[in-house]
Ligand binder design. Structure first.
Ligand SMILES: Cc1ncc(COP(=O)(O)O)c(C=O)c1O
Length: 395
């Protein structure tokens, strides 16, 4: 299937389908007539294999309590092994209704009220809230930012860990919104710092399958031959990969027996840790049949990114479109054209766009916006035209 056929078959108009991105505009942005490029889901229908499997299950008509069959684990492990050299044993896997929920559980299972948890900003804003709302101390270390490219500052990380007696590092890999796919060397360095200071690492790898460039995604649990497994807990899901967010199904992978025992003890006090049957059916089908569909989605995202970057670089040469190695969420630095205090006015009132604002991820990023590229190329074009035209009106 070529790109045009793919777009014709899978793009959908999500207005009036209870979609947060479109039908939630009024609530989030106070108006409805905006081009929605915010929340991190896609404008594409999921792959046929998933729809077929869910349809079959729906026809069965019974949605009672479920267990997870062995072949679920085999399919999941196969995907992880083929793509990331990380065969996942059945006994390592636990489930939750989402990665953010799982982060909250990890905080409660492994830290005490008042303990320090580290995040690297700018980062997905629920990482901030889940720590503070959970009554833990939030420790933020800035990623280094240089001309649209983010890197980790290991010295600053170590200093913050020591000064605050950090107990847990909540890692985002690939990183939203920095767009980085961390290399094995980068992960090795930050994990070594955590190991040295006894810091447990919760590695949120929900974007693992959205890899756009040459850098391979490396799960934290396989870095340096698995050297850090006794300090790493991995969270992932097929939800970003196949656009399944509201099926509420994600994985907690704990390879270390001691950590898993501790988690299980905590989980025994939770009301519900069984699976959602539809989440399980969809995830298994995606990992079985979804590879080709995913490849086509990645091509659309790559083309959208290339177009956005080339056009903005050409027409607004002082605007920085950040590098995008992974995820479908790109940061754009508007500051050379728009006063940071005027960003919302420029983007929403003039460009008529609904985006995520840089300061939601970290105060230092006021003046940046994050755009969602898992969308219709026509929308990307419209967004570019509006930004260029309105930037022209400013001068
Ligand atoms: C890094 C990261 N973690 C978690 C989530 C949300 O995951 P869930 O819906 O499974 O809680 C997102 C969504 O954008 C994300 O970017």
């Amino acid at each position: 299937m070529d790109k045009q056929e793919f777009l014709q078959s899978y793009l959908v108009d999500r207005h009036k389908t209870d979609s947060l991105k479109w039908d939630g505009l009024q609530q989030k942005f106070g108006e409805t007539d905006l081009l929605a490029m915010w929340v991190a889901d896609m404008e594409f229908k999921t792959c046929d294999g998933i729809v077929d499997a869910m349809t079959k299950r729906t026809r069965h008509g019974v949605f009672g309590y479920s267990c997870v069959p062995d072949d679920y684990y085999e399919v999941f492990s196969g995907w992880m092994e083929r793509r990331y050299h990380f065969p996942v044993k059945k006994e390592w896997v636990r489930f939750s209704t989402g990665c953010v929920t799982a982060i909250a559980w990890m905080i409660h299972a492994f830290t005490k009220p008042g303990d320090s948890c580290l995040i690297l900003t700018p980062v997905y804003y629920p990482f901030h809230n889940v720590v503070t709302n959970g009554g833990r101390k939030l420790v933020k270390v800035e990623l280094d930012y240089n001309d649209g490219y983010f890197t980790m500052n290991y010295e600053a990380i170590e200093k913050a860990i020591v000064e605050n007696q950090v107990k847990m590092f909540i890692q985002c890999s690939p990183h939203n919104p920095a767009g980085r796919v961390w290399t094995e060397d980068e992960l090795d360095r930050v994990l070594a710092v955590c190991q040295k200071h006894d810091v447990l690492v919760i590695s949120d790898e929900i974007h693992q399958d959205i890899i756009l460039g040459d850098k391979p995604f490396v799960p934290a649990a396989v870095v340096s031959g698995g050297r850090y497994r006794d300090i790493v807990i991995t969270l992932n899901s097929a939800s970003k990969t196949f656009n399944l967010a509201t099926l509420l199904h994600s994985h907690i992978i704990i390879t270390d027996d001691g950590l898993r025992g501790k988690y299980d003890q905590f989980a025994s006090a939770l009301n519900r840790t069984e699976v959602s049957i539809m989440g399980m059916v969809a995830t298994k089908a995606g990992y079985t049949y979804g590879g080709e569909w995913l490849g086509q989605v990645l091509d659309v995202i790559r083309d959208n990114y290339r177009y956005l970057k080339e056009e903005l670089n050409k027409r607004l040469p002082r605007m920085t479109v950040c590098a995008l190695e992974g995820t479908y969420l790109v940061m754009i630095d508007l500051r050379s054209y728009v006063d940071s205090e005027q960003t919302l006015d420029f983007v929403q009132k003039h460009c008529r766009l609904a985006v995520d604002y840089g300061e939601w991820f970290g105060q230092a990023y006021k003046g940046f916006i994050r755009l969602n590229l898992a969308t219709d190329p026509v929308y990307i074009k419209q967004a570019v035209e509006r930004i260029v035209a309105e930037a022209g009106n400013l001068s």
